[in-house]
Design a protein around this ligand. Structure first.
Ligand code: 9D3
Length: 244
């Protein structure tokens, strides 16, 4: 998969050089290019924003540099890209949307800033408008990185253990169970005895019960009751709620 990111802050994208994403780039599974929007301005002042028509506070990002950047990125490319505009007005990023984007060979992400972007960028350029959640950020750079992270995990080979992608929360609609490693006792806190028992069936049942209880208590919105097995229902009925 190829991802091009257009931004006025190209220097902030170093997180995409490390860990799972950095390794996927080294292995050629993911090709990411960062483009400085100012390189696509024409005037001597390299101006990317201007005052809003109709008045009001703040500045609006000009349309021409975005169109010029996308023209440059698309040059010599045959497949039409998905062009994502990051915006508080966008569709919420979900597991399902990330999975859909991962099937695309080419994404272009346009990072918004200031009070907003000239509407003609959305109308004439964007195929998608995406928000990462209902809280106010200062721009689209962190959202662009979040979109890349969430999407790249679904590109085959990016995450080493495919079963961990498949089993992750949200796929199953359940939160994860608690994890422990050595030592068995730390500052008076003990690892649950069942995990030390070597009884694999008992461990599996305990983990499943933990997932069900945690989801019911913390994220009841995720729990799809109709998707629960007979065993799940028994584990939930037997659950000691209010503890976790
Ligand atoms: C102070 C300006 N606000 C007036 C109602 C609107 C506004 C414009 C631009 C608020 C935030 C931003 C910058 N944010 C993004 O560009 C952004 C964002 C976000 O703030 N939250 C969640 N997802 C996203 S994607 C892009």
């Amino acid at each position: 998969m190829r991802v091009d990111i257009v931004t006025i802050f190209p220097q902030v994208f170093t997180p995409l050089e490390v860990s799972v994403i950095g390794r996927a780039r080294e292995r050629g599974l993911l090709e990411i290019a960062i483009w400085d929007l100012r390189e696509f301005t024409t005037g001597r002042h390299r101006q990317v924003d201007d005052t809003p028509y109709g008045g009001g506070a703040g500045m609006v990002m000009k349309p021409e540099p975005f169109f010029a950047a996308v023209d440059a990125i698309r040059k010599d490319r045959r497949v039409p890209p998905r062009i994502i505009l990051t915006s508080p007005q966008g569709e919420l990023l979900t597991h399902a949307l990330a999975q859909e984007l991962a099937r695309e060979p080419h994404l272009i992400i346009l990072c918004g800033h200031y009070e907003g972007i000239d509407e003609r960028v959305r109308i004439g350029l964007a195929t998608d408008e995406i928000s990462i959640g209902d809280y106010v950020l200062t721009g689209g750079e962190l959202p662009a990185m979040v979109i890349v992270e969430a999407t790249a995990r679904f590109v085959p080979g990016v995450v080493g253990d495919a079963s961990s992608v498949a089993a992750d929360s949200f796929v199953e609609g359940l939160l994860d169970y608690p994890h422990y490693t050595r030592p068995p006792e730390f500052r008076g806190l003990n690892v649950p005895q069942i995990l030390l028992s070597g009884n694999h069936e008992a461990v599996r049942r305990w983990r499943r019960a933990q997932q069900l209880q945690r989801t019911l208590v913390r994220r009841p919105d995720l729990l799809k009751k109709e998707a629960l097995s007979e065993e799940d229902r028994r584990l939930l009925d037997a659950a000691d709620l209010g503890i976790d």
